[in-house]
Design a protein around this ligand. Sequence first.
Ligand SMILES: *[C@@H]1O[C@H](CO)[C@@H](O)[C@H](O)[C@H]1NC(C)=O
Ligand SMILES: *[C@@H]1O[C@H](CO)[C@@H](O)[C@H](O)[C@H]1NC(C)=O
Ligand SMILES: *[C@@H]1O[C@H](CO)[C@@H](O)[C@H](O)[C@H]1NC(C)=O
Length: 275
Amino acid sequence: TQVFQMLQTILFMNVSSAEVSGVVLLGDVPIYAVDPANWSIHFHWPWSRQAASEGDAEKIKSHLKIYLRNMIQYVHEVAQEEQLDYPLVVQIRAGCVLYPNRTSWGFMDIGEGGRDLIAFEVERQHWEPRKPSTLAELVSKSFNSKKAITAMLEHLLSNSCQRHIFTLRRYGKTALERQELPVATVFARTPRPDQILLVCHVTGFYPRPVSVAWLRDGQEVPPGPSLNTTAILPNADLTYQLRSILAVAPRDGHSYACRVRHRSLGTRSLLIPWG
Ligand SMILES: *[C@@H]1O[C@H](CO)[C@@H](O)[C@H](O)[C@H]1NC(C)=O
Ligand SMILES: *[C@@H]1O[C@H](CO)[C@@H](O)[C@H](O)[C@H]1NC(C)=O
Ligand SMILES: *[C@@H]1O[C@H](CO)[C@@H](O)[C@H](O)[C@H]1NC(C)=O
């Protein structure tokens, strides 16, 4: 399963200003970004420029500024009619999920002030309010009256989006299939005289899925109150890290080791003994 999505934020400070920012991601890999200064597209990779010149991406690229200008004008109009208070923050999330069976599911959501406002139901080509409010009603009604646009969105979010994922995979194979080896270290902390916390810190791996376990005398320690594993956190270089902490009693006569499994290791696993 792979998600291709555009995340866009427009900040309206007052009646005459709008700051645009946006990124386009395939999974966790940045592909495109919108330059806030001049709304031109920044390509994160040489191959993302190539991919953007194929299919409907080219059309989207050439219409981006018109779309942004219309969107901004529309928000200011609605703000005036509905007497909304500035600053306003509009967030847009659009893209598709590609499943292993090669079917895809498109989505588009618009939020305002950090909350869901309206969502597009792709198959029905219909905008629905996501909260009971006159603003959500008004905006979805106004978007639904533009049949040419809802039909175009349906096409973009289903066919074009899926095809673009295949194009990106073709041009960006090396970067998208990149693998980085995990580096693991084991150390101990002693918060209390009767307890030792064994910490296994694993970092620098890519992609994200990883398996970290503690072995006691060679047997995997089952989940329980003595075992804590943190969430997987991002590093700045698009690798990940996490730690797994096991509480043990001092001199309990057992041997301990941290075991890491990751795609980059193939069928091998890292085994770091403590002590
Ligand atoms: C947009 O601005 C960036 C710097 O913020 C610059 O590098 C880029 O060349 C500009 N693009 C155009 C089309 O003017
Ligand atoms: C494809 O997989 C998705 C997610 O597992 C599922 O919802 C969908 O029904 C499947 N489609 C087909 C045609 O098998
Ligand atoms: C694991 O986390 C729980 C809840 O935060 C805490 O009560 C427990 O002491 C922790 N165990 C270890 C081994 O750190």
